[in-house]
Design a protein. Sequence first.
Length: 97
Amino acid sequence: LTSEPVPAAGDKESEMRWHWESSHYKKELGDLVLDRIFDYHSADRKIPSDFGILLMPDNLEQHLAQIRADRERWRSTHSQDIAEIESLTKHSLTLSK
């Protein structure tokens, strides 16, 4: 849900299921977030079992390690995205000077 593929540049037809764009998610995803936070169950919405985790002192470090490993795995398979992000960052920093 949170790593939904983004349509290719110039694709004006495809619509993402869970996000409007990179910074804004749709109501349907927001509802699932709230369902998970409040442990609410609805027959209309099924929360994926891997969506959200209850963080506790005894599992926090393990969870953070998993996030870091997942991030590195993503970086290793999305080099074009990384290059684009780095280019945008450099351009943004140049504009702010």
